[in-house]
Design a protein around this ligand. Structure first.
Ligand SMILES: [Zn+2]
Length: 344
């Protein structure tokens, strides 16, 4: 496909690799943007088409930007499919609208689709009760605990609709998109079955989603539905798997600039988690610590409620990993039932 003709200067679209364009969309968070990808593709009958990867949040602003992209960039070529890397609201928020707008199917891994679909529909008492139990065991101060548990199902507010049908993507799938072959690689930890796409046609390219980011460490959290999970083990395993890709792979991340040093960045992230594990282990050796205390030590700044849910979940991910690997033990504190982590 030829490079698209006219571009509206307010649209931030840049070519990231042959046949792959990045579109930067705003986010209403401290993390203020997401990169989504527009891949030159072909329909089965040979007509030029597009594959879109990730969608942005569900908002009128994002819908308006997509309309501009359609008018100024996609032209008359149809959208063949909308691929979503994982269930987080900035990636899947507009999937339903985009699939309807372009009459295109949604493609994603099964676990990510199931979780998105369940969470956007789940306003049950059980989910609220699980949240109260989970945050109640962290040893948080009362106002923080109240704010966290009063949020209810924040996911459903961010993702009002998830399409009721999808095309399943599996680890190892080969996808022909335009002139390139891509291999689907899944990894857990940041989300349960996150999809990355890797292509070696010409210069190797990795569409990394949130698995490897150049400037921030991807969040790895434990959530109320699975309080004893060890997502950090999955995340570190996923990073080691991606590190086996060639050193000269161009990385297209969901946040931040395209970058080249895949191995160096993965090594930094692995070191970062090793350091955090060692610090948490050391702190807990001083007579036992709660999740709240380790959160405070790991994130020593003022956190709003949204940030606190991620910070506490990430602190617990490190503590659970230390328990799973035999470096710490978990007890229940007598007076308030909070989890206490100590040296074995
Ligand atoms: Zn994410």
């Amino acid at each position: 496909m030829n490079a698209p003709a006219q571009q509206d200067p307010s649209l931030q679209i840049t070519q990231a690799a042959p046949g792959v364009w990045g579109l930067r969309l705003p986010l209403p968070f401290q993390l203020n943007h997401i990169n989504v990808w527009l891949l030159a593709d072909r329909m089965a009958d040979g007509r030029d088409a597009w594959t879109l990867i990730d969608t942005g949040v569900a908002s009128n602003l994002t819908r308006g930007l997509w309309e501009q992209v359609a008018a100024a960039f996609l032209g008359s070529a149809p959208v063949r499919r909308v691929i979503v890397t994982h269930f987080h609201p900035d990636h899947i928020g507009l999937a339903d609208w985009l699939c309807r707008r372009f009459d295109a199917p949604l493609a994603m891994t099964r676990t990510e689709w199931l979780l998105a679909r369940m969470l956007c529909l789940d306003n049950s008492d059980e989910i609220a009760e699980a949240g109260r139990r989970f945050y109640g065991a962290m040893g948080l101060e009362a106002p923080v605990l109240t704010a966290l548990t009063a949020r209810g199902n924040a996911y459903a507010r961010g993702v009002p609709v998830v399409p009721a049908t999808f095309d399943r993507l599996c680890d190892g799938d080969r996808l022909r998109i335009g002139d390139r072959d891509w291999t689907l690689l899944t990894a857990g930890g940041h989300s349960p079955e996150h999809a990355c796409l890797y292509s070696t046609d010409g210069q190797p390219v990795l569409i990394a989603g949130d698995m490897v980011l150049p400037r921030i460490s991807p969040n790895v959290s434990v959530w109320p539905a699975e309080p004893f999970a060890d997502p950090l083990a999955e995340f570190l395993g996923g990073l080691r798997r991606l590190r086996a890709l060639p050193a000269d792979t161009t990385v297209l991340p969901s946040h931040g600039p395209v970058f080249q040093d895949l191995h160096g960045r993965i090594d930094e992230l692995l070191r970062h988690h090793d350091d955090r594990l060692a610090e948490a282990e050391r702190d807990c050796a001083q007579g036992g610590r709660t999740v709240a205390e380790i959160t405070q030590a790991m994130f020593p700044r003022t956190l709003d409620t949204h940030q606190m849910s991620f910070a506490a979940g990430e602190a617990l991910a490190h503590l659970n990993h230390l328990v799973a690997t035999g470096r710490l033990q978990r007890h229940q504190r007598g007076d308030d039932g909070a989890w206490l982590f100590t040296r074995p």
